[in-house]
Design a protein around this ligand. Sequence first.
Ligand code: PEP
Length: 258
Amino acid sequence: MSTRRPIVGGNWKMNTNLASAVELVEDVVAQCQTCTAGCDVALFPPFPYLNPVGAKLGHHAILLGAQDLYHEPNGAFTGEVSAEMLIDLDVEIVLVGHSERRHVIGEDDFLLNRKLHTALAAGLTGVLCIGETMVQREAGQTQQVTVDQLRAGLEQIRVEQMRQVVIAYEPVWAIGTGRTATPEDAQAVHAQIRTTLAGLYDEATAAVTRIQYGGSVKPSNAAALYQQPDIDGFLVGGASLKADQFLDIVRSTVGATA
Ligand code: PEP
């Protein structure tokens, strides 16, 4: 089991509406009396609901997160949202390079590295998401793809900035499909990521950097995944839309008392 403080994020993607987003955050807050005592918990609602969701979080220790950001501070970038705008709304953590940004929207490693630099410079925690497709996995390229994405995403990120970085390993074939990597398969990739971090930075940095697993995580599979030594929490999509399921996943990292 991991010795690092776990971190679990709920990525609502392009789901909910104003009423259901508010209802969901209210449910999470009501059911999460002490769930942040042993675990960092973050919610990533759609941009339009950041403000109402943040208002419901109030002074609760749950972190308000954004699903994306743009790397420029302002200007003629129609539809984009800057780091400063997120900070205005009390956002503390942001996803960078979620597989749907990479594979549906078409964002590449170069752009994602610029976004991560921008997030960290603004004082946000950045969750750098990496992971292979099924075609890449079947071609035996999992290690190469994840290491390449990790190196490219962290290009010119300084060692002291790594305190603000979380890595999310999310095999693309497991996201929203109901298919989950086995704990052993996920652990093998997480261990490889940590070894790569040690090479890019140093052993101490690798030892403290948190690596989340994402891909059809549910209450029924979270505990077995969390038993692995290099899995430090989860990035949760579908199951985060139900407060009880999401908090069961949080509790799988901190025990049943949360
Ligand atoms: C995600 O959105 O990052 C994710 C892993 O989704 P799901 O849990 O639905 O597979």
